[in-house]
Design a protein around this ligand. Structure first.
Ligand code: PMV
Length: 332
């Protein structure tokens, strides 16, 4: 009897990102084509490490996330593996082992790095030779923000009209601007509402149409400010976008209130720091943890002030990160 086929085992490490201009709402739910473009920075030092191995010996996909057999994520991962198997015209099942080095489901976007790493590892394991835009399009279908995390540096996701032109690309390399993101974990509790569910209700906010009318101008403005490295203007626009985004969440039906009391307390603390001459600005995703963006020369002082707050559980210091890396290719 012939030996059963096992393909190479590939390990890829990808970082999550934080959006300066947020993706919120989908024009096409199934293809995950967004209502608007977005801009983000990849977060160096935080990562998901994913190993994928396809084998004829497996009767089902086996998915292990952070040491445990995944239950609620299994369907989404298997559906993504199916997209990749269809492209490669194979039916082999896969073993996927994935680990995050940061708390998940707390607004730190583990799905962005997770599906970016899975897309690259699985396509390589099946010897598919895809370009970066092709990888981005594929990752987008599993998790919108993952399409940005196959790239490095500061990234723009161009909305696009159809699946084949909705993808992300690097607009500034990782070393272009030494921005620091101080990620403040106030609580490692998992959030109760997923982004996937929130995108669906985005249109129910009375502010949504106004946001859509202005968002492309905001994206262009953000790109110009980054090009000039004008930190004060960057920070003002970053916070304005964060508050606009959460206003959409607050006024959606049902309302989505992701913040906890400590989220607001920290936001105000950062505003106070600024009033006292310490430039730092806030952005918050669909979670309660807070990203504080500052420059290297202010980082130490900002961190000292935050450490004094008794509700702060953890501080993760990051800067702009690069593209995903292939850690290992085990050929046998
Ligand atoms: O990719 P998703 O479905 O997890 O949505 C991400 C939504 C935000 O993080 C709030 C914004 C963004 O652009 O990352």
């Amino acid at each position: 009897m012939p030996n059963k086929i096992t393909l190479p085992k590939i390990t890829v490490q990808a970082s999550p990102d934080v959006a300066f201009i947020k993706y919120w709402g989908k024009k096409n739910e199934i293809e995950r084509i967004p209502e608007n473009g977005s801009i983000s920075m990849i977060l160096s030092g935080l990562h998901t490490t994913t190993t994928v191995e396809f084998s004829e010996k497996l009767s089902n996909d086996k998915i292990i996330i952070n040491g445990k057999t995944a239950d609620k994520e299994t369907k989404r991962v298997t559906e993504h593996l199916d997209r990749i198997r269809n492209l490669a015209r194979v039916t082999f099942k896969a073993r996927v082992v994935s680990e995050n080095n940061f708390p998940e489901s707390t607004g730190l976007s583990s799905s962005s790095s997770g599906f970016a790493a899975l897309t690259i590892a699985a396509t390589l394991a099946l010897a598919l030779d895809l370009s970066e835009p092709e990888l981005s399009i594929l990752a987008r279908q599993a998790s919108g923000s993952a399409c940005r995390c196959v790239c490095g540096g500061i990234v723009e996701w161009i909305r696009g009209e159809t699946s084949s032109n909705s993808y992300a690309q690097t607009i500034f390399p990782a070393d272009y601007w030494d921005l620091r993101d101080i990620v403040v974990v106030i609580n490692s509790e998992k959030k109760k509402i997923s982004s996937t569910a929130g995108h669906i209700t985005a249109r129910s906010s009375i502010f949504f149409e106004t946001r859509q009318k202005n968002i492309q101008d905001k994206i262009e403005k953000m790109k110009k400010i980054i090009a000039k490295k004008d930190f004060a203007s960057f920070g003002e626009l970053l916070e304005n976008e964060c508050l606009e985004f959460h206003s959409i969440l607050f006024t959606s039906q049902p309302p989505l209130i992701m913040w906890q009391a400590e989220t607001l307390a920290l936001f105000k603390e950062v505003m106070d720091m600024r009033n006292n001459g310490l430039p730092a600005y806030v952005t918050i995703n669909t979670g309660h943890n807070v990203h504080i963006i500052t420059l290297p020369k202010y980082q130490k002082d900002v961190m000292e002030k935050i450490k004094e707050l008794n509700f702060v559980k953890k501080i993760l210091l990051t800067k702009i990160g690069g593209k995903p890396v292939i850690l290992d290719e085990h050929l046998f």
